[in-house]
Ligand binder design. Sequence first.
Ligand code: ARG
Length: 588
Amino acid sequence: MNATQEQLKLKFEQALVAAFGADFAGVDPILVAASNPKFGDYQANVALSLSKKLGKQPRAIASTIVEKLDVSEICEPPEIAGPGFINLKLKTAYLEAQLNAIQPDPRLGMPTAKTPQREIVDFSSPNIAKEMHVGHLRSTIIGDSIARVLEFQGHDVLRLNHVGDWGTQFGMLIAYLREVYPEALTTANALDIGDLVTFYRKAKQRFDADEAFQETARQEVVRLQAGAEDTLHAWKLLCEQSRQEFQVIYDLLNVRVIERGESFYNPLLPGVVEDLEKSGLLVENQGAKCVFVEGFTNREGEPLPLIVQKSDGGYNYATTDLAALRYRIRQDEAKRIIYVTDAGQSNHFAQFIKVARKAGWVPDDVELVHVPFGLVLGEDGKKFKTRSGDTVRLRDLLDEAIARARTDLELRLKEEERQETEEFINKVAEVVGISAVKYADLSQNRTSNYIFSYDKMLDLKGNTAPYMLYAYARIQGISRKGGISFEELGDNAKVVLQHETELALAKYLLQLDEVINTVEQDLLPHRLCEYLYELSKKFNQFYDRDRGVQVLNAEEPLRTSRLVLCDLTARTLKLGLSLLGIQVLERM
Ligand code: ARG
């Protein structure tokens, strides 16, 4: 709901009480956007819903409500239509006043959350010694955008990188490196991540084939868990190596995240198992400690347990998530925990969350949300791979996007016979390339799979980053052309709305708060993309030579008013894009 709708709702609630008595306090007026702009902006359907209760015709109820309804400051006189809808049309003077009020505000009139709270966004979370893959890219981009929206709303957001930095894979890797490349375990930067990934693969092959090696690897895990100095040192070096590589990606993407990996919760794992035991939820199954909760079965329909401790004493991914959950609730005092991973992990989240609830670890005022996303596919509709069939390195993927953006730009500069500095070209190529990758990801409903296509994401037309960035730069072009600075339009710059494209733009500008509120709730950033895309279309209609209005050549006071509309549109785009982690360009 936007601010206007909220005000109207309040007026309706007062009218309902005035018309039918205190029993009707809190009845929902069922206020929705008008189905057809011809009938106005909003319609209230409450009269139809009350017909049975009041034993009267909806139209009669509607007219009783309208008699008591005082919306004269906001709307034209309400009209009753059809079986008993109450149609509302916003007054132009009201819209003008709203725009004039948000104009000087850097937040564009966006309120902050009524009850700010601590929220955790668990995102990105790649695994040490493995390459970050496109799934982690999605998690990073989506998680960052969600965190940005929540921060903007005034929440106290903890951005956590739950990196996979613990577990049996380290025993394997360390045991292998001891044999083939011991320097890597004692000297910093002896490996780069590419080598590390290769060694990891070889260690795994060795592990699967050689029983004696399995035993050595296991002992290495025991040494690691016991804190043996040399093993611990080796582990730290390996983590540091991966960390540096991850940081390159975070820097390119301009994403901030605090590393708190699985190892952090390691000392808390025995406590999780003990407490499950105490609460009587633990069952021994072939030596493993398990918890059974309803609703989880394997393919044969047999109950599928959550294993919290394996028969060899080792702990699992889920055990760590249970420990992390308790820590985040008790120590971090989180009120909402948001996990951003691929949809393939949905069962994992559903199951351990159910176990935690059953154990009584989740207070009523804490919300746990898994934010799943679909796969990234190649243009052939299959899993995203390089031409030679290898997994795509994220570094290469981002570099490629930047390189292509640069080629596009250079071509355009040539066509437009423009000379630009190398610095300008580098900057534009980087912003466009990175934004294109981010926007392509965020503009899809995250729950579906999407096809990764450089050509599509870099297209200047359509719902793409270049289109949005261009819309912004074009508005800045108006101010350059007119030799005026939007910031200096001054306090007496007032909006006057006349033309229908102006009204449409004005109304749409005032809906930003509604979109941001929705994203805060449903955590679907594509809604914000849709809004921004629609906004730039509305702006283009307003600025269209034939269907729209004159701006720089208009007479006062319309000229100033229209410049204010341009400025408000640009600032809305800039703000919206910033919540998607996308930086704007004044010129491109
Ligand atoms: N490291 C995991 C992976 O690469 C993602 C971790 C997600 N967060 C969590 N709390 N389980 O799949």
